[in-house]
Design a protein around this ligand. Structure first.
Ligand code: MG
Length: 166
């Protein structure tokens, strides 16, 4: 599998992702990063728009949804349970452990799965490395200097991907 930092799709927010875009590409399993993709680090409560989007996606008969997070604490499983979302933690993105675990759990081949997340260096590298459709979502809120600095390092790849795929 290629080691690539380039997303194939890029949205300002997760709720901009429409199921028909996934269907057109034959996607049956949507993996979601958690922190800064569904909620920022600074709160446990998704926006009303995010809640409605999640409810809509969970109800789709042909696309399954699962959180795949690198998180090491109980926050992600707790909130995922409250949202009715299946979840895999300790995923070790950009490595393939959690992503492959999710594919196996749902019995879906990599080329029929997508991963949407806010970090090039974990989510996008991990998706490309496992053959899963990489979807970049802008971070909800880069609340500290480290997250802001990391985003600056991602900007060239975002620009390249925009020219190449859109
Ligand atoms: Mg994230």
């Amino acid at each position: 599998m290629p080691i690539s930092p380039l997303p194939k799709l890029h949205y300002a927010k997760l709720t901009d992702l429409h199921e028909d875009t996934l269907r057109k590409r034959g996607i049956r399993l949507l993996m979601l990063d958690f922190d800064n993709t569904i909620v920022p680090y600074t709160t446990d409560i998704p926006t009303g728009e995010m809640l409605a989007w999640l409810e809509h996606m969970k109800a789709l008969p042909d696309i399954q949804v699962c959180v795949v997070s690198n998180s090491h604490n109980g926050r992600v499983p707790t909130i995922s349970r409250e949202l009715g979302l299946d979840c895999i933690t300790y995923a070790r993105k950009p490595f393939g452990k959690g992503i492959r675990q999710c594919l196996k759990k749902y019995g879906v081949p990599a080329d029929q799965a997508a991963l949407a997340g806010d970090q090039i260096y974990t989510d996008i590298l991990g998706a490309n490395g496992t053959g899963v459709l990489p979807i970049l979502i802008d971070s909800i809120h880069n609340h500290n200097l480290w997250l802001k600095a990391r985003h600056l390092l991602e900007v060239p790849f975002i620009a390249i991907a925009r020219r190449k795929y859109q």
